[in-house]
Write a protein that binds this ligand. Structure first.
Ligand code: MN
Length: 474
Protein backbone atom coordinates (compact mmCIF):
# COMPACT_ATOMS: atom_id res chain seq x y z
CA UNK A 1 0.00 0.00 0.00
CA UNK A 2 1.45 3.34 -1.01
CA UNK A 3 2.06 6.26 1.34
CA UNK A 4 0.77 4.76 4.57
CA UNK A 5 2.81 5.56 7.69
CA UNK A 6 3.72 3.05 10.39
CA UNK A 7 0.95 2.94 12.98
CA UNK A 8 0.51 1.58 16.48
CA UNK A 9 -2.22 1.37 19.10
CA UNK A 10 -1.91 2.24 22.77
CA UNK A 11 -3.16 -0.26 25.33
CA UNK A 12 -4.36 1.57 28.43
CA UNK A 13 -5.41 -0.50 31.42
CA UNK A 14 -7.75 0.85 34.04
CA UNK A 15 -7.33 0.23 37.75
CA UNK A 16 -7.11 2.29 40.94
CA UNK A 17 -5.03 2.51 44.14
CA UNK A 18 -7.77 1.13 46.42
CA UNK A 19 -6.46 -2.45 46.43
CA UNK A 20 -2.81 -1.68 47.20
CA UNK A 21 0.51 -1.62 45.33
CA UNK A 22 0.81 -5.40 45.15
CA UNK A 23 -2.47 -5.67 43.28
CA UNK A 24 -1.33 -3.02 40.81
CA UNK A 25 1.86 -4.95 40.12
CA UNK A 26 -0.26 -7.95 39.25
CA UNK A 27 -2.51 -5.86 37.02
CA UNK A 28 0.55 -4.64 35.18
CA UNK A 29 1.94 -8.15 34.69
CA UNK A 30 -1.40 -9.38 33.37
CA UNK A 31 -1.68 -6.42 31.00
CA UNK A 32 1.81 -7.08 29.66
CA UNK A 33 0.93 -10.70 29.07
CA UNK A 34 -2.18 -9.75 27.08
CA UNK A 35 -0.28 -7.14 25.05
CA UNK A 36 2.50 -9.64 24.26
CA UNK A 37 0.04 -12.34 23.25
CA UNK A 38 -1.86 -9.99 20.96
CA UNK A 39 1.38 -8.84 19.34
CA UNK A 40 2.72 -12.36 18.91
CA UNK A 41 -0.41 -13.53 17.13
CA UNK A 42 -0.36 -13.06 13.38
CA UNK A 43 -3.86 -11.67 13.48
CA UNK A 44 -3.36 -8.00 14.39
CA UNK A 45 -2.23 -5.80 11.50
CA UNK A 46 -0.63 -3.22 13.83
CA UNK A 47 1.20 -3.50 17.18
CA UNK A 48 -0.30 -2.65 20.58
CA UNK A 49 1.89 -0.85 23.11
CA UNK A 50 1.13 -1.10 26.81
CA UNK A 51 1.16 2.25 28.64
CA UNK A 52 1.42 3.14 32.32
CA UNK A 53 -1.60 2.01 34.32
CA UNK A 54 -4.57 4.37 34.27
CA UNK A 55 -4.98 4.90 38.01
CA UNK A 56 -5.66 8.64 38.30
CA UNK A 57 -7.56 11.27 36.31
CA UNK A 58 -4.32 13.18 35.68
CA UNK A 59 -2.58 10.10 34.28
CA UNK A 60 -5.52 9.27 31.99
CA UNK A 61 -5.76 12.86 30.75
CA UNK A 62 -2.05 13.10 29.97
CA UNK A 63 -2.08 9.74 28.12
CA UNK A 64 -5.01 10.78 25.93
CA UNK A 65 -3.43 14.13 25.13
CA UNK A 66 -0.31 12.32 24.01
CA UNK A 67 -2.35 9.96 21.82
CA UNK A 68 -3.84 12.99 20.10
CA UNK A 69 -0.59 14.63 19.12
CA UNK A 70 1.39 11.51 18.18
CA UNK A 71 0.65 10.84 14.51
CA UNK A 72 1.83 7.23 14.70
CA UNK A 73 -0.78 6.33 17.33
CA UNK A 74 -3.97 5.41 15.49
CA UNK A 75 -6.19 4.69 18.48
CA UNK A 76 -6.60 3.44 22.02
CA UNK A 77 -7.57 0.05 23.39
CA UNK A 78 -8.73 0.10 27.00
CA UNK A 79 -9.25 -2.75 29.42
CA UNK A 80 -10.72 -2.52 32.90
CA UNK A 81 -8.76 -5.00 34.94
CA UNK A 82 -10.33 -3.84 38.18
CA UNK A 83 -12.95 -1.31 39.07
CA UNK A 84 -11.61 1.98 37.64
CA UNK A 85 -13.95 4.79 38.72
CA UNK A 86 -15.16 6.48 35.58
CA UNK A 87 -15.14 10.08 36.79
CA UNK A 88 -11.37 9.69 36.41
CA UNK A 89 -11.93 9.00 32.70
CA UNK A 90 -14.21 11.92 31.79
CA UNK A 91 -11.60 14.56 30.98
CA UNK A 92 -9.26 12.28 29.06
CA UNK A 93 -12.03 10.54 27.16
CA UNK A 94 -13.55 13.88 26.15
CA UNK A 95 -10.16 15.06 24.88
CA UNK A 96 -9.41 11.86 22.95
CA UNK A 97 -9.78 12.55 19.23
CA UNK A 98 -8.93 9.08 17.95
CA UNK A 99 -10.85 5.80 17.80
CA UNK A 100 -11.42 3.95 21.06
CA UNK A 101 -11.92 0.25 21.62
CA UNK A 102 -13.11 -1.05 24.98
CA UNK A 103 -11.90 -4.62 25.36
CA UNK A 104 -14.34 -6.29 27.73
CA UNK A 105 -12.26 -9.23 28.81
CA UNK A 106 -10.78 -10.71 31.96
CA UNK A 107 -7.32 -12.14 32.64
CA UNK A 108 -8.57 -15.48 33.97
CA UNK A 109 -10.83 -17.43 31.70
CA UNK A 110 -12.69 -19.39 34.38
CA UNK A 111 -13.63 -18.70 37.97
CA UNK A 112 -11.31 -20.78 40.26
CA UNK A 113 -13.97 -22.06 42.64
CA UNK A 114 -11.54 -23.97 44.87
CA UNK A 115 -9.46 -20.91 45.73
CA UNK A 116 -11.50 -17.82 45.01
CA UNK A 117 -11.59 -15.34 47.91
CA UNK A 118 -12.36 -11.65 48.30
CA UNK A 119 -8.83 -10.59 47.22
CA UNK A 120 -9.10 -12.57 43.98
CA UNK A 121 -12.53 -11.16 43.26
CA UNK A 122 -11.37 -7.58 43.90
CA UNK A 123 -8.42 -8.03 41.59
CA UNK A 124 -10.39 -9.72 38.82
CA UNK A 125 -13.54 -7.67 38.56
CA UNK A 126 -13.67 -6.73 34.90
CA UNK A 127 -17.42 -7.38 34.86
CA UNK A 128 -17.78 -4.63 37.43
CA UNK A 129 -15.23 -2.30 35.84
CA UNK A 130 -16.68 -2.75 32.32
CA UNK A 131 -20.04 -1.37 33.38
CA UNK A 132 -18.66 1.62 35.25
CA UNK A 133 -16.40 2.52 32.33
CA UNK A 134 -18.96 1.70 29.61
CA UNK A 135 -21.46 4.06 31.20
CA UNK A 136 -19.24 7.09 30.78
CA UNK A 137 -18.41 6.27 27.14
CA UNK A 138 -22.12 5.91 26.40
CA UNK A 139 -22.94 9.14 28.24
CA UNK A 140 -20.19 10.98 26.33
CA UNK A 141 -21.56 9.53 23.06
CA UNK A 142 -18.07 8.30 22.28
CA UNK A 143 -19.05 5.93 19.41
CA UNK A 144 -16.39 3.52 20.70
CA UNK A 145 -16.15 -0.12 19.74
CA UNK A 146 -16.82 -2.73 22.43
CA UNK A 147 -15.22 -6.15 21.94
CA UNK A 148 -16.39 -8.84 24.34
CA UNK A 149 -14.75 -12.19 25.05
CA UNK A 150 -11.72 -14.02 26.36
CA UNK A 151 -8.59 -12.30 25.02
CA UNK A 152 -6.89 -15.47 23.75
CA UNK A 153 -9.79 -16.45 21.46
CA UNK A 154 -9.19 -16.11 17.71
CA UNK A 155 -12.54 -14.38 17.14
CA UNK A 156 -11.69 -11.72 19.74
CA UNK A 157 -8.33 -11.04 18.12
CA UNK A 158 -10.02 -10.89 14.70
CA UNK A 159 -12.56 -8.36 15.95
CA UNK A 160 -9.74 -6.19 17.29
CA UNK A 161 -7.87 -6.55 13.99
CA UNK A 162 -10.91 -5.50 11.95
CA UNK A 163 -11.39 -2.45 14.16
CA UNK A 164 -7.70 -1.52 13.87
CA UNK A 165 -8.14 -1.36 10.09
CA UNK A 166 -11.10 0.99 10.54
CA UNK A 167 -9.14 3.14 13.01
CA UNK A 168 -6.17 3.48 10.66
CA UNK A 169 -8.53 4.36 7.80
CA UNK A 170 -10.15 6.99 10.03
CA UNK A 171 -6.75 8.54 10.73
CA UNK A 172 -5.85 8.35 7.06
CA UNK A 173 -9.15 9.99 6.11
CA UNK A 174 -7.69 13.35 7.18
CA UNK A 175 -4.74 12.78 4.83
CA UNK A 176 -6.85 12.02 1.76
CA UNK A 177 -6.19 14.53 -1.01
CA UNK A 178 -8.05 14.16 -4.28
CA UNK A 179 -6.67 15.68 -7.49
CA UNK A 180 -9.44 16.27 -10.03
CA UNK A 181 -8.35 16.46 -13.64
CA UNK A 182 -11.34 18.35 -14.94
CA UNK A 183 -14.68 18.97 -13.24
CA UNK A 184 -17.67 16.67 -12.91
CA UNK A 185 -19.21 15.21 -16.06
CA UNK A 186 -21.71 17.69 -17.42
CA UNK A 187 -25.33 17.26 -16.25
CA UNK A 188 -24.60 14.37 -13.87
CA UNK A 189 -26.15 14.83 -10.40
CA UNK A 190 -25.20 12.04 -8.02
CA UNK A 191 -21.44 12.46 -8.47
CA UNK A 192 -21.51 16.11 -7.39
CA UNK A 193 -21.53 17.54 -3.88
CA UNK A 194 -20.23 19.91 -1.23
CA UNK A 195 -16.44 19.69 -1.11
CA UNK A 196 -16.09 22.03 1.84
CA UNK A 197 -18.48 19.99 3.95
CA UNK A 198 -16.57 16.83 2.97
CA UNK A 199 -13.36 18.41 4.24
CA UNK A 200 -15.01 19.50 7.49
CA UNK A 201 -16.68 16.12 8.11
CA UNK A 202 -14.21 13.61 6.66
CA UNK A 203 -10.96 15.54 6.31
CA UNK A 204 -10.86 15.17 2.51
CA UNK A 205 -9.04 17.84 0.51
CA UNK A 206 -10.42 18.06 -3.03
CA UNK A 207 -8.44 20.15 -5.54
CA UNK A 208 -9.18 20.96 -9.15
CA UNK A 209 -6.57 20.92 -11.93
CA UNK A 210 -6.92 21.69 -15.60
CA UNK A 211 -6.02 18.73 -17.79
CA UNK A 212 -3.18 20.88 -19.18
CA UNK A 213 -1.44 20.62 -15.81
CA UNK A 214 -1.27 16.86 -16.36
CA UNK A 215 -0.35 17.15 -20.06
CA UNK A 216 2.83 18.98 -19.02
CA UNK A 217 3.80 15.96 -16.90
CA UNK A 218 2.94 13.58 -19.74
CA UNK A 219 5.16 15.50 -22.16
CA UNK A 220 8.06 15.31 -19.71
CA UNK A 221 8.06 11.48 -19.53
CA UNK A 222 11.09 10.00 -21.34
CA UNK A 223 11.15 7.10 -23.82
CA UNK A 224 13.50 5.21 -21.46
CA UNK A 225 10.96 5.46 -18.65
CA UNK A 226 8.26 4.13 -20.95
CA UNK A 227 10.54 1.27 -22.10
CA UNK A 228 11.12 0.17 -18.51
CA UNK A 229 7.44 0.24 -17.59
CA UNK A 230 6.50 -1.59 -20.79
CA UNK A 231 8.84 -4.39 -19.72
CA UNK A 232 7.02 -4.57 -16.39
CA UNK A 233 3.72 -4.94 -18.25
CA UNK A 234 5.20 -7.88 -20.17
CA UNK A 235 5.95 -9.72 -16.93
CA UNK A 236 2.53 -9.10 -15.40
CA UNK A 237 -0.03 -9.33 -18.19
CA UNK A 238 -0.92 -11.23 -21.34
CA UNK A 239 -0.69 -9.15 -24.49
CA UNK A 240 -3.68 -9.51 -26.83
CA UNK A 241 -3.11 -7.71 -30.14
CA UNK A 242 -6.62 -8.40 -31.42
CA UNK A 243 -7.07 -6.87 -34.87
CA UNK A 244 -4.22 -4.40 -34.37
CA UNK A 245 -0.77 -4.64 -35.84
CA UNK A 246 1.88 -5.17 -33.15
CA UNK A 247 3.34 -1.73 -33.78
CA UNK A 248 0.04 0.14 -33.48
CA UNK A 249 -0.89 -1.91 -30.44
CA UNK A 250 2.38 -1.15 -28.69
CA UNK A 251 2.12 2.53 -29.53
CA UNK A 252 -1.27 2.65 -27.85
CA UNK A 253 -0.02 0.84 -24.74
CA UNK A 254 3.02 3.10 -24.54
CA UNK A 255 0.72 6.14 -24.39
CA UNK A 256 -0.92 4.61 -21.31
CA UNK A 257 2.50 3.87 -19.82
CA UNK A 258 3.40 7.54 -20.19
CA UNK A 259 0.11 8.44 -18.46
CA UNK A 260 0.82 6.06 -15.59
CA UNK A 261 4.24 7.62 -15.00
CA UNK A 262 2.93 11.17 -15.36
CA UNK A 263 -0.14 10.78 -13.15
CA UNK A 264 1.84 9.03 -10.42
CA UNK A 265 4.48 11.76 -10.50
CA UNK A 266 1.84 14.47 -10.43
CA UNK A 267 0.02 12.88 -7.47
CA UNK A 268 3.18 12.19 -5.48
CA UNK A 269 4.54 15.71 -6.08
CA UNK A 270 1.36 17.19 -4.61
CA UNK A 271 0.77 14.60 -1.87
CA UNK A 272 -2.41 13.37 -3.56
CA UNK A 273 -3.68 9.88 -2.76
CA UNK A 274 -6.71 9.83 -5.04
CA UNK A 275 -7.76 11.34 -8.36
CA UNK A 276 -10.51 11.67 -10.91
CA UNK A 277 -10.58 12.02 -14.69
CA UNK A 278 -13.31 13.12 -17.08
CA UNK A 279 -13.62 11.90 -20.67
CA UNK A 280 -15.19 15.26 -21.57
CA UNK A 281 -12.01 17.07 -20.59
CA UNK A 282 -9.03 15.55 -22.43
CA UNK A 283 -7.58 18.51 -24.32
CA UNK A 284 -3.99 17.61 -25.22
CA UNK A 285 -4.40 13.92 -24.34
CA UNK A 286 -4.37 11.23 -27.05
CA UNK A 287 -6.42 8.72 -25.06
CA UNK A 288 -8.64 8.56 -22.03
CA UNK A 289 -6.41 7.13 -19.25
CA UNK A 290 -7.47 3.47 -18.87
CA UNK A 291 -4.66 1.01 -18.29
CA UNK A 292 -2.81 3.83 -16.50
CA UNK A 293 -5.68 4.34 -14.05
CA UNK A 294 -6.06 0.61 -13.45
CA UNK A 295 -2.37 0.28 -12.67
CA UNK A 296 -2.53 3.17 -10.17
CA UNK A 297 -5.60 1.73 -8.45
CA UNK A 298 -3.66 -1.51 -8.03
CA UNK A 299 -0.95 0.52 -6.28
CA UNK A 300 -3.47 1.92 -3.78
CA UNK A 301 -4.50 5.27 -5.22
CA UNK A 302 -8.21 6.01 -4.99
CA UNK A 303 -10.01 6.74 -8.25
CA UNK A 304 -13.40 7.42 -9.76
CA UNK A 305 -14.40 8.49 -13.24
CA UNK A 306 -16.23 11.57 -14.49
CA UNK A 307 -14.93 13.90 -11.79
CA UNK A 308 -16.57 11.89 -9.01
CA UNK A 309 -14.37 13.03 -6.13
CA UNK A 310 -16.61 11.53 -3.42
CA UNK A 311 -16.18 8.02 -4.79
CA UNK A 312 -12.45 8.58 -5.44
CA UNK A 313 -11.91 9.57 -1.79
CA UNK A 314 -14.10 6.70 -0.57
CA UNK A 315 -12.08 4.32 -2.75
CA UNK A 316 -8.84 5.51 -1.15
CA UNK A 317 -10.39 5.20 2.33
CA UNK A 318 -11.55 1.62 1.78
CA UNK A 319 -8.27 0.67 0.12
CA UNK A 320 -6.48 1.74 3.30
CA UNK A 321 -9.02 -0.16 5.43
CA UNK A 322 -8.68 -3.35 3.34
CA UNK A 323 -4.89 -3.17 2.78
CA UNK A 324 -5.81 -2.70 -0.90
CA UNK A 325 -7.18 -6.21 -1.18
CA UNK A 326 -10.15 -6.95 -3.50
CA UNK A 327 -11.39 -3.37 -3.18
CA UNK A 328 -12.08 -0.82 -5.88
CA UNK A 329 -14.14 1.66 -7.84
CA UNK A 330 -17.12 0.13 -9.62
CA UNK A 331 -20.18 1.06 -11.60
CA UNK A 332 -23.56 -0.62 -11.88
CA UNK A 333 -24.02 -1.27 -15.58
CA UNK A 334 -26.43 -3.94 -16.79
CA UNK A 335 -29.08 -6.12 -15.14
CA UNK A 336 -29.46 -9.87 -15.58
CA UNK A 337 -33.20 -10.31 -15.08
CA UNK A 338 -33.76 -13.98 -15.95
CA UNK A 339 -35.81 -15.68 -13.24
CA UNK A 340 -33.59 -17.13 -10.54
CA UNK A 341 -30.41 -15.74 -12.10
CA UNK A 342 -30.94 -12.07 -11.21
CA UNK A 343 -27.64 -10.22 -10.91
CA UNK A 344 -25.91 -6.97 -11.86
CA UNK A 345 -23.01 -6.69 -14.29
CA UNK A 346 -20.42 -4.28 -12.87
CA UNK A 347 -17.77 -2.58 -14.94
CA UNK A 348 -16.70 0.83 -16.21
CA UNK A 349 -15.81 2.23 -19.61
CA UNK A 350 -12.17 1.24 -18.95
CA UNK A 351 -11.19 1.67 -15.33
CA UNK A 352 -11.96 -1.55 -13.45
CA UNK A 353 -9.68 -2.22 -10.48
CA UNK A 354 -7.24 -5.15 -10.96
CA UNK A 355 -7.31 -5.95 -7.22
CA UNK A 356 -10.63 -7.61 -8.08
CA UNK A 357 -9.19 -9.81 -10.85
CA UNK A 358 -9.54 -13.57 -10.54
CA UNK A 359 -7.39 -14.35 -13.59
CA UNK A 360 -4.22 -12.91 -15.12
CA UNK A 361 -5.36 -9.68 -16.83
CA UNK A 362 -4.70 -9.18 -20.52
CA UNK A 363 -3.98 -5.84 -22.14
CA UNK A 364 -6.16 -5.09 -25.14
CA UNK A 365 -6.64 -2.02 -27.29
CA UNK A 366 -10.13 -1.16 -28.42
CA UNK A 367 -12.04 1.88 -29.64
CA UNK A 368 -13.94 3.95 -27.09
CA UNK A 369 -17.23 5.32 -28.35
CA UNK A 370 -17.09 8.43 -26.18
CA UNK A 371 -14.44 11.05 -25.57
CA UNK A 372 -13.44 11.36 -29.25
CA UNK A 373 -9.85 10.20 -28.80
CA UNK A 374 -7.54 7.42 -30.03
CA UNK A 375 -8.24 3.79 -29.10
CA UNK A 376 -7.16 3.34 -25.46
CA UNK A 377 -5.41 0.34 -23.93
CA UNK A 378 -6.96 -1.28 -20.88
CA UNK A 379 -6.71 -4.39 -18.68
CA UNK A 380 -9.43 -6.97 -19.20
CA UNK A 381 -10.20 -9.71 -16.68
CA UNK A 382 -13.02 -11.43 -14.81
CA UNK A 383 -13.86 -10.52 -11.22
CA UNK A 384 -13.34 -12.70 -8.17
CA UNK A 385 -16.13 -14.50 -6.40
CA UNK A 386 -16.82 -13.73 -2.75
CA UNK A 387 -19.06 -11.97 -0.26
CA UNK A 388 -18.59 -8.32 0.49
CA UNK A 389 -20.04 -4.85 0.59
CA UNK A 390 -20.74 -2.21 -2.01
CA UNK A 391 -20.72 1.36 -0.72
CA UNK A 392 -21.85 4.64 -2.23
CA UNK A 393 -21.87 8.17 -0.86
CA UNK A 394 -24.49 10.70 -1.88
CA UNK A 395 -24.86 14.37 -0.94
CA UNK A 396 -28.43 15.23 0.00
CA UNK A 397 -27.81 18.94 0.35
CA UNK A 398 -28.28 18.95 4.12
CA UNK A 399 -26.10 15.90 4.81
CA UNK A 400 -24.07 13.14 3.25
CA UNK A 401 -25.56 9.65 3.22
CA UNK A 402 -23.70 6.38 2.92
CA UNK A 403 -25.40 3.38 1.34
CA UNK A 404 -24.09 -0.06 2.20
CA UNK A 405 -25.38 -3.12 0.36
CA UNK A 406 -24.12 -6.60 1.08
CA UNK A 407 -23.34 -8.46 -2.13
CA UNK A 408 -22.25 -11.89 -3.26
CA UNK A 409 -19.90 -11.79 -6.25
CA UNK A 410 -19.59 -14.80 -8.54
CA UNK A 411 -17.52 -15.80 -11.52
CA UNK A 412 -19.11 -15.51 -14.96
CA UNK A 413 -20.07 -18.77 -16.65
CA UNK A 414 -20.44 -17.29 -20.15
CA UNK A 415 -17.76 -15.93 -22.44
CA UNK A 416 -18.21 -12.36 -23.63
CA UNK A 417 -15.98 -12.18 -26.71
CA UNK A 418 -17.09 -8.70 -27.73
CA UNK A 419 -16.88 -7.05 -24.31
CA UNK A 420 -13.66 -4.96 -24.29
CA UNK A 421 -13.63 -4.25 -20.54
CA UNK A 422 -13.15 -6.12 -17.28
CA UNK A 423 -16.34 -7.43 -15.70
CA UNK A 424 -17.52 -8.27 -12.20
CA UNK A 425 -20.85 -9.93 -11.45
CA UNK A 426 -22.76 -9.95 -8.22
CA UNK A 427 -26.06 -10.70 -6.59
CA UNK A 428 -27.37 -8.18 -4.06
CA UNK A 429 -28.81 -9.03 -0.66
CA UNK A 430 -31.37 -9.76 0.63
CA UNK A 431 -32.55 -10.53 -2.93
CA UNK A 432 -32.48 -8.78 -6.29
CA UNK A 433 -35.92 -7.17 -6.04
CA UNK A 434 -35.67 -5.81 -2.50
CA UNK A 435 -31.98 -4.92 -2.68
CA UNK A 436 -32.20 -2.95 -5.92
CA UNK A 437 -35.42 -1.26 -4.83
CA UNK A 438 -33.97 -0.15 -1.50
CA UNK A 439 -30.81 1.15 -3.19
CA UNK A 440 -32.78 3.25 -5.67
CA UNK A 441 -35.29 4.50 -3.11
CA UNK A 442 -32.46 5.65 -0.86
CA UNK A 443 -30.77 7.56 -3.67
CA UNK A 444 -27.63 5.43 -3.94
CA UNK A 445 -25.34 6.30 -6.85
CA UNK A 446 -24.19 4.28 -9.83
CA UNK A 447 -20.56 4.86 -8.86
CA UNK A 448 -19.56 2.74 -5.91
CA UNK A 449 -16.66 1.19 -4.09
CA UNK A 450 -16.90 -2.56 -3.69
CA UNK A 451 -14.87 -4.60 -1.22
CA UNK A 452 -14.81 -8.37 -0.97
CA UNK A 453 -12.52 -7.94 2.04
CA UNK A 454 -14.45 -5.59 4.35
CA UNK A 455 -17.62 -6.11 6.40
CA UNK A 456 -20.72 -4.02 6.95
CA UNK A 457 -19.69 -3.64 10.61
CA UNK A 458 -16.42 -2.02 9.59
CA UNK A 459 -18.11 0.47 7.29
CA UNK A 460 -20.63 1.33 10.00
CA UNK A 461 -17.83 1.80 12.53
CA UNK A 462 -16.21 4.39 10.26
CA UNK A 463 -19.55 6.11 9.60
CA UNK A 464 -20.16 6.48 13.34
CA UNK A 465 -16.72 7.97 13.90
CA UNK A 466 -17.42 10.76 11.38
CA UNK A 467 -21.12 11.19 12.27
CA UNK A 468 -22.20 10.05 8.81
CA UNK A 469 -25.76 8.93 8.08
CA UNK A 470 -25.89 5.41 6.71
CA UNK A 471 -28.37 2.89 5.38
CA UNK A 472 -27.65 -0.84 5.38
CA UNK A 473 -29.31 -3.13 2.86
CA UNK A 474 -28.76 -6.79 3.65
MN1 MN B 1 -18.91 6.22 -14.57
Amino acid sequence: MNTIMEREFWFIVGAQHLYGEEALQEVKAHAQKIADTLNESDVLPYPVKLQELAVTADKITSLMKEVNYRDEVAGVITWMHTFSPAKMWIRGTKLLQKPLLHLATQFNESIPWDTIDMDFMNLNQSAHGDREYGFINARLNKQNKVVVGYWERPEVKQEIADWMDVAVAYNESFQIKVARFGDNMRNVAVTDGDKIEAQIQFGWTVDYFGIGDLVQYVNAVTEEEIDALFETYETLYDFDYGNYGKKDWEASVRVQASYEIAIKRFLDDGGYTAFTSNFEDLYGMKQLPGLAVQRLMAQGYGFAGEGDWKTAALDRLLKVMSHNTSTGFMEDYTYELAQGKEAILQSHMLEVDPTLAVNKPKIIVSPLGIGDREDPARLVFDGKAGDGVVVSMADFGTHFKLLINEVSAFGPTEEAPNLPVARVLWKVLPNFHDGVKAWIENGGGHHTVVSLNLSTDQIIAYAKLVDLDYVVIK
